[in-house]
Ligand binder design. Sequence first.
Ligand code: NAD
Length: 102
Amino acid sequence: MKTILITGGAGFIGSHVVRLFVEKYPDYKIVNLDKLTYAGNLNNLKDIENKPNYEFVKGDIVDADFIQKLFEERKFDGVIHLAAESHVDRSISNPTEFFLPT
Ligand SMILES: NC(=O)c1ccc[n+]([C@@H]2O[C@H](COP(=O)([O-])OP(=O)(O)OC[C@H]3O[C@@H](n4cnc5c(N)ncnc54)[C@H](O)[C@@H]3O)[C@@H](O)[C@H]2O)c1
């Protein structure tokens, strides 16, 4: 079984993408990684939360240790990256929510 990681899957766009993949590709394991900010809501996915090919993981994409461990453990075949700040004013005032400063 291939495993696909979808980040931000509890958000507006992500929840539709997660549902589409879970229902259309029963042979793929779909892992939804989301921090559950004000924008994330697992009620968006109530209808598929018990599907055998779906798993929710709560976590932060900028937590490097957590992300490295997750990738080492899960060996994802693909990533769809949708964790984001879709309110543009917030993304400008606080961009480090979404990347690791070097
Ligand atoms: N909404 C639209 O109409 C639209 C249209 C085209 C493209 N997009 C793009 O799609 C992407 C998602 O947009 P959206 O409207 O679904 O956003 P959203 O704000 O509804 O969802 C973002 C999700 O990301 C999660 N998240 C935020 N920070 C995180 C972090 N550090 N770690 C893990 N999860 C985190 C939130 O909890 C939330 O569930 C964005 O890149 C956006 O630009 C959106």
